[in-house]
Design a protein around this ligand. Structure first.
Ligand code: NAP
Length: 363
């Protein structure tokens, strides 16, 4: 069978998320990087010179020598991934969609827009059909993935919502430094310290899950009826957001049933053969010291969600720990999986394949 082949541009290619895109896409079997875009500060320079590379592996040679261009909608590619700073993403992503580019975004700007899918392929793959409500011409559209802490929480809630019904959630996060981009939080603020505030984060964690776990009916999403209280903290960890979650269910449920729900989870897209989908969404630990960011982040290339310490909660019903790789599953890897799903569903194709009709190719 012939593999799909699509040319991709990366907007914000020099940032923390953009670098993760470069890492993941440089060996991707379906997608080839043909454009690297960033701000005017970086445009015109070779990628290897413009970037403050923070990855643990070297910049791929063929990428280091590519010229960075300005983020204008004249890129040589079939679609773009966006790792743009949220201060500019709204305007730039809009222009790309308007010019006919599909935009697969990490930024917060369009996540809660009624017509824009907020997508996690294993959780709500049907929500991609919101694309059909977008009225851009020549195949342009915008699809988003959630905030990097939201994604871990929502993955964990999906099997619990399906099996038992979830009423209330209390979550406290310990979020890694890479979650605030490069150069991020000043070292004097965070070394040997915890900062108990991340602007906008608690609001995102309280609202995005309701859209993600909502039901799609007649082209509209009815949000899930769950109350979420979030407290978000920045801690001196490089990668990996750890979340302490307590849940109240619609019925009497104990820790063993919750453990079985995680282990029994079956991905609705398992048969699609998407290259970035992990073999199992959850790694469930019985050792009470686990999961830990330094030790348990890289399972299935950082795309799995680690769960541990499942036990009774004295206030709600059951509590547990979630660990998610914020720049992989919570950002670039999540976006790449979204793009793979959209290829499979027929929403993404080489531009020449839908340019002739002037409309988006759909299933
Ligand atoms: P970052 O390290 O600050 O990178 C920002 C990128 O945006 C850089 O490539 C920068 O290019 C580019 N940029 C800034 N101003 C621009 C402009 N006027 N025109 C074009 N490009 C411009 O941020 P990040 O952590 O990678 O985050 C990127 C996005 O992903 C944000 O919206 C963030 O909220 C979201 N996100 C991040 C994470 C995470 O774990 N870090 C997780 C989920 C979502 P220059 O280098 O040229 O300035």
């Amino acid at each position: 069978m012939q593999l799909p082949h699509l040319r991709v541009g990366i907007l914000g290619a020099t940032g923390a998320v953009g670098q993760k895109f470069v890492e993941l896409l440089s060996t991707h079997p379906w997608f080839e990087i043909t454009a690297l875009a960033a701000s005017e500060r970086s445009a015109g320079r070779l990628y290897g010179d413009a970037v403050n590379w923070i990855g643990s592996t070297a910049i791929p040679d063929e990428i280091a020598g590519q010229e960075v261009v300005a983020a204008r909608p004249d890129l040589n590619c079939d679609f773009v991934f966006s790792g743009l700073a949220a201060t500019v993403a709204g305007d730039v992503e809009w222009k790309f969609a308007e010019a006919g580019y599909p935009v697969i975004s990490n930024a917060r700007n369009f996540r809660m827009h009624d017509d824009v899918p907020l997508l996690i392929p294993e959780i709500n793959p049907d929500h991609s059909s919101l694309i059909e409500r977008q009225s851009w011409q020549r195949g342009g559209f915008i699809v988003t993935n959630p905030n990097c802490s939201t994604i871990g929480l929502v993955c964990a809630l999906r099997p619990l919502v399906d099996a038992f019904g979830v009423r209330d959630v209390q979550v406290t996060t310990m979020q890694a430094l890479s979650g605030s981009g490069y150069p991020g939080v000043p070292s004097l603020d965070v070394l040997g310290n915890v900062v108990p505030f991340i602007r906008g984060e608690e609001e995102k964690m309280a609202t995005e899950p309701l859209k993600l776990l909502g039901t799609l009916d007649d082209g509209r999403i009815s949000p899930a009826d769950i109350t979420i209280s979030a407290q978000c903290n920045r801690v001196p960890v490089l990668d990996g957001h750890l979340e302490c979650v307590s849940v109240r269910f619609d019925q009497t449920v104990g820790p063993e049933a919750v453990r079985k729900a995680f282990l029994g989870f079956r991905s609705p897209i398992a048969s699609y053969g998407l290259p970035s989908e992990p073999e199992a969404l959850f790694c469930v630990y019985d050792d009470e010291r686990f999961p830990q960011p330094r030790r348990h982040l890289e399972h299935h290339g950082g795309m799995a969600v680690a769960i541990g310490r499942i036990r009774s909660c004295e206030v709600l019903d059951v509590k547990f720990i979630v660990l998610v790789h914020n720049t992989v599953r919570g950002a670039a890897g999540g976006a790449v999986l979204n793009a793979e799903l959209l290829v499979k569903q027929g929403y993404l194709a080489a531009r020449s394949e839908h340019a002739s009709s002037g409309v988006l190719a759909v299933i």
